[in-house]
Design a binder for this molecule. Structure first.
Ligand code: PAF
Length: 310
């Protein structure tokens, strides 16, 4: 099993990191809100292959929740998270940073980090204040851990673009590592929120990845006919799937990956298809980077495995 040490205060985490640095260690960092799943664990493995020490923060950040019920219902299980990390059998030591809310926010938030433009669409439009909460806590965590490499999941595509922009604009000297989206056998993207789905909702949750798969197939049809990516056509393909399911769609969008804005006409470049939907009372998001053969492949592989596909 992996050597694991838990720190709950900023001071003790800083001390442990300083000790490792004094021995010449490089530091990898995965910020999480716990309820760890294979996507997180893949991130830890990728960091462990690159760095001498990996820090995993486990902190359900209240300032990024726009709804109190969602914050209250967010799954929390620190012992299970630590057991999953310890079972990874890594040859680098892990530091788990699991502070209480009062440790990171001893006062009401007074200073916040706001990234403009990128945060006005998609998740930002649907969840007011969400990205201020994310940008602020990521800034605090990066200042506490001071990592060489920080990892974020591609499932939160917009979050990834927002933190990249923030690091760039604020001259934060850290390398960003992207964790590919890990999917269940039937294509559903892993998410801590999946734990809240009952059996019927879990089946209904397939609507999101299947709609993305329809967009991927439409893109491949266009490309094999020598055509380019037509956002309207991709959206139509995805929407047809969603319309036939019981999920309540909040948005479905086809955007340029870096700007998050709709493309100007057809394009040869990659496009992000992003979806957010309520499945019962649980809000889920998913996306695919059309034109990225690995990302497309993960959806296509799930479709091949999923013999119940409609
Ligand atoms: O992606 C998440 O789990 C959170 O948004 C993050 C980056 C840990 C900030 O709280």
């Amino acid at each position: 099993v992996t050597a694991l040490r838990r720190c709950t205060t900023i001071g003790s985490l800083r001390g442990a990191v300083a000790q490792a640095r004094s021995e010449g260690a490089s530091i990898g960092f995965l910020p999480t809100m716990g309820a760890l799943h294979e996507g997180h664990l893949e991130g830890v493995r990728l960091l462990a292959a690159r760095c001498d020490v990996v820090v995993v923060s486990i902190f359900v950040n209240p300032t990024q929740f726009d709804r109190a019920d969602d914050l209250a219902a967010y799954p929390r299980d620190l012992p299970a998270d630590e057991a999953a990390l310890a079972a990874l059998a890594l040859d680098v030591p892990l530091l788990v940073f699991a502070p209480e809310v009062a440790e990171l926010y001893p006062t009401e938030p007074r200073t916040t980090v706001h990234v403009s433009d990128l945060t006005e669409v998609l998740e930002g439009a649907a969840r007011p204040g969400h990205f201020d909460g994310v940008a602020t806590v990521v800034t605090k965590l990066v200042n506490i851990v001071a990592p060489d490499v920080i990892a974020f999941g591609r499932k939160d595509h917009q979050q990834l673009q927002v933190v990249r922009r923030m690091f760039d604009d604020l001259d934060v000297d850290v390398e960003v590592l992207e964790i590919p989206t890990v999917r269940e056998a039937d294509g559903v993207a892993l998410s801590s929120r999946n734990r809240r789905l009952d059996d019927d909702d879990r089946r209904a949750a397939r609507a999101l990845s299947r709609s993305l798969l329809a967009a991927v197939r439409a893109a491949r049809t266009l490309r094999s006919a020598g055509g380019r990516h037509d956002a309207a056509e991709l959206e139509r393909a995805a929407r047809t799937v969603l319309d036939a399911t019981p999920v309540e769609v909040e948005y479905l969008a086809v955007v340029e990956p870096a700007t998050l804005r709709p493309p100007d006409g057809v394009t040869e470049g990659p496009l992000t298809v992003a979806v957010a939907a309520y499945v019962g009372s649980v809000r889920l998001i998913d996306n695919v980077l059309v034109g990225d053969l690995d990302d497309e492949g993960r959806l296509l592989a799930a479709a091949d495995r999923d013999d119940t596909e409609v």
